[in-house]
Design a binder for this molecule. Structure first.
Ligand code: SAH
Ligand code: SF4
Length: 356
């Protein structure tokens, strides 16, 4: 498989062009074809000499992923399933205005992107890890989800959350490169403040990202306020317990201006009682963080269920009493398997069915 031209930074492109004896302005022309004109073929790059187009075609591909199907939902969330060059699938979800979840503005179009195929972390609520980990996505496959979603929806994406399939901080090299492609003025030009990386809590990688100069936002999949509860939900808690996680989050808060978001799925009989609410409130207070409460979305093959609406509201009210900004997420896309990983599993099962 040839590398994608979309995965080249300007410096790398310059090096390729200088090896070919081409002037450096060709690099700008190529970037313009890729990211502005969004061409789908090297042959279309009509201001490049034919010889150079042939040389580029010999070494590079253009297509990172291709559309398979899109599902709409009644609340206008759109879920895309994209096929990768090796026949794997990733999911990308376009969420129109979602002020309760992502802040003040109501004209935001948020794209939820995947960073890996599958996931190795095996959180017990999550469909992405059910089949284990398959592979990392390359940076062009991450940024390509934005390009393709914009092409299919004919809408400009202005907010990105890494909350699709996979653990972005376990794919750090490609994540950092993808952040370059997404934020660069020659690339997608989306400001770092409009990008949220969500992690299950890989402490050393959080520290590394805290020191990264871009002011990206951080969301933590917390889902339990004590080790006892969190360990039942997220195996990673055995490696990086809550105390270690909050230590590095305090460090993060000294390095970045934006509030950290703590994500907390409410699961009946497990993490949704008053004592967890009080503990969570104190922990959020200590970080000056905000909390997103998400009623558990049923996943086929997993046993849990969501608490009643009253129980969810009561949990939120405890946070509010402590002055912690908390949203109880009005489920978007519940009717289209929007919990991450669910659509891909269905597609792969039907693919297996066809082979059998
Ligand atoms: N690996 C990263 C990014 C994936 S985002 C991380 O864990 O943070 C994972 C998020 O998707 C969860 O925190 C939760 O907000 C949401 N999610 C996954 N499965 C869900 C389910 N069954 N019900 C509700 N939300 C779910
Ligand atoms: Fe992986 Fe995140 Fe799902 Fe946990 S929640 S299994 S880390 S994708």
């Amino acid at each position: 498989m040839k590398p994608s031209l979309f995965n080249q930074t300007p410096d790398e492109l310059s090096a390729v062009l200088s090896d070919l004896g081409e002037p450096s302005y060709r690099g700008e022309q190529i970037l313009d074809w890729l990211w502005r004109k969004r061409t789908s073929s090297i042959d279309e790059m009509s201001n490049l000499p034919a010889r150079l187009r042939d040389q580029l075609k010999a070494s590079f591909s253009l297509q990172s992923l291709s559309p398979t199907r899109a599902q709409g939902s009644s609340d206008s969330t759109r879920k895309f399933l994209f096929r990768l060059h090796d026949g794997r699938y990733v999911e990308t979800v376009l969420i129109p205005a979602s002020p309760a979840l992502f802040g003040e503005r109501s004209d935001r179009r948020t794209l939820c992107v995947s960073s890996q195929v599958g996931c190795a972390f095996g959180c017990k609520f999550c469909a992405s890890g059910l089949d284990g980990f398959t592979r990392n996505l390359s940076a062009d496959e991450i940024a390509g989800q934005v390009l393709l979603a914009e092409e299919l929806s004919k809408e400009k994406v202005n907010n990105i959350v890494f909350m699709g399939m996979g653990e972005p901080l376990a794919n750090m090299t490609q994540l950092l490169r993808a952040l370059d492609l997404i934020t660069a003025p020659w690339g997608l030009g989306i400001g770092a403040r409009h990008i949220t990386v969500s992690t299950s809590g890989l402490v050393p990688q959080i520290r590394k990202l805290a020191d990264h100069p871009q002011q990206i936002r951080l969301a933590i999949s917390l889902h339990g306020a004590s080790d006892e509860v969190r360990s039942q939900i997220m195996p990673i808690n055995q490696r990086w317990p809550v105390s270690k996680l909050f230590e590095v989050l305090k460090y993060w808060a000294t390095r970045k201006a934006q509030k950290i978001t703590l994500e907390y799925i409410l699961i009946d009989g497990l993490n949704a009682d008053a004592s967890q609410a009080h503990l969570l409130a104190r922990r959020a207070q200590s970080l000056n963080a905000k909390v997103n409460l998400i009623p558990y979305n049923t996943v086929e093959g997993l046993l849990w269920k969501r608490p009643s609406e009253d129980a969810c509201s009561a949990f939120r009210d405890v946070l509010t009493e402590y002055g912690v900004p908390a949203t109880l997420r009005l489920e978007k896309g519940h009717d289209i398997d929007a919990a991450c990983g669910q659509l891909r599993l269905k597609e792969e099962e039907s693919a297996k069915g066809l082979q059998a």
